[in-house]
Design a binder for this molecule. Structure first.
Ligand SMILES: NC(=O)c1ccc[n+]([C@@H]2O[C@H](COP(=O)([O-])OP(=O)(O)OC[C@H]3O[C@@H](n4cnc5c(N)ncnc54)[C@H](OP(=O)(O)O)[C@@H]3O)[C@@H](O)[C@H]2O)c1
Length: 323
């Protein structure tokens, strides 16, 4: 569910006829194109190929008569626009189905946990650069890494093995860096990734569409971005109880230096803003700000960007607004 760039890319790597792993896509605006031609992939990691799904459905309702082992959700996480967990009500079979969320952000699991209290959930964070350039055409520019862990309440320990069966399907499909974590470990990966997204994405939009590598070469923006990353690290430490960044993950300075090499990298929030779409403001900014505040840590830099972008988006979307 959510057959865009990320959904189609990982679906194409999971589908494996010789092992009997059959993947179907629930499409929306790209239904006709995918039904007629499959998904055409242009990838840096695996070359060009066509992925023909087992079934292509134009709605979740059309998929309800089959028994699903895994339901992979790769929609944009937009809790302020829609509760996508509701979509799954007719296709989740208790004791049979595992829900896998491949989405950016903090708190994305919560609506699914609440709606399906007894259904296993895997939470996945991906480092990839991919885009659906036209309906049914997906380009993977670089990276494949996906980190996967179980989700009960976010604090479970020593349960990484629950994510292994799904990760091994991805590894068989050539995703060498499909990694498993226990529940707390995965939340630490999520917070670390959000430190990068929460710094870069809104700053890129608010600086008039500046690419990441250009931002970090500007002294004022470099200082702003470093401060934003460190601000999220302080919030992440308070929420997870782990000192950020943990030794295995990059420091703010290392993130900034590696961004210098990411020439041409334009954050997804900027692409969403430019095409007039909804930005993932709540899961990238709002939820982290609120969770940190519950632990007594304010994030004034993030809060300022959140307030500005929320208002900018709402004014853009309110036709004829004179406010
Ligand atoms: N792209 C990347 O490089 C990248 C990297 C890391 C993480 N991520 C994260 O991965 C997630 C997915 O991103 P993406 O880039 O793959 O987004 P995307 O290309 O916009 O794909 C989202 C897909 O979900 C579909 N969708 C949304 N609501 C739906 C609904 N109610 N029913 C059926 N389909 C629905 C959309 O259909 P329509 O086209 O009809 O709207 C679209 O095909 C996001 O959380 C993003 O932040 C992306």
């Amino acid at each position: 569910v959510g057959s865009g760039a990320v959904g189609c890319f990982y679906a194409s790597r999971l589908h494996n006829l010789s092992d009997g792993v059959l993947v179907s896509l629930i499409c929306r605006s790209n239904y006709q194109a995918v039904k007629e031609h499959g998904v055409r992939l242009r990838t840096r990691s695996y070359g060009d190929y066509v992925f023909t799904p087992e079934n292509v459905f134009k709605s979740v309702e059309d998929a309800r008569n089959l028994l699903w082992d895994y339901i992979v959700v790769a929609t944009k996480a937009l809790p302020d626009v829609s509760d996508d967990s509701e979509l799954l009500s007719s296709i989740v079979t208790q004791d049979k189905t595992t829900i896998v969320l491949i989405q950016n952000g903090i708190g994305v699991e919560q609506p699914y946990r609440v709606r399906f209290p007894n259904t296993p959930i895997l939470s996945a964070v991906t480092v990839i650069s991919a885009e659906q350039t036209e309906p049914g055409v997906v380009v993977q520019n670089r990276w494949t890494r996906i980190s996967i862990g179980p989700f009960t309440d976010g604090n479970g320990r020593d349960n990484a093995s629950l994510a292994e069966p799904f990760a091994s399907l991805l590894r068989k499909g050539g995703i060498k860096d499909a990694e498993v974590y226990d529940e707390q470990g995965l939340q630490i990966v999520r917070w670390h990734k959000i430190a990068i997204n929460a710094a870069m994405n809104p700053s890129s939009v608010l600086s008039g569409g500046t690419p990441n590598a250009t931002m970090v070469k500007d002294p004022e923006l470099r200082s702003h971005l470093t401060n934003c990353i460190e601000e999220v690290f302080r919030g992440a430490s308070a929420v997870t109880g782990i000192s950020f960044p943990p030794p295995t993950l990059a420091t703010a300075e290392q993130i900034i230096r590696s961004t210098e090499r990411n020439e041409g990298g334009r954050p997804s929030m900027l692409l969403d803003w430019e095409r007039g779409g909804a930005m993932e403001l709540e899961v990238i900014l709002g939820n982290p700000i609120r969770l940190a505040l519950e632990k007594g840590v304010e994030m004034p830099r993030l809060h300022a960007m959140y307030a500005l972008l929320k208002t900018a988006q709402s004014r853009r979307d309110t036709k004829g607004s004179k406010l």
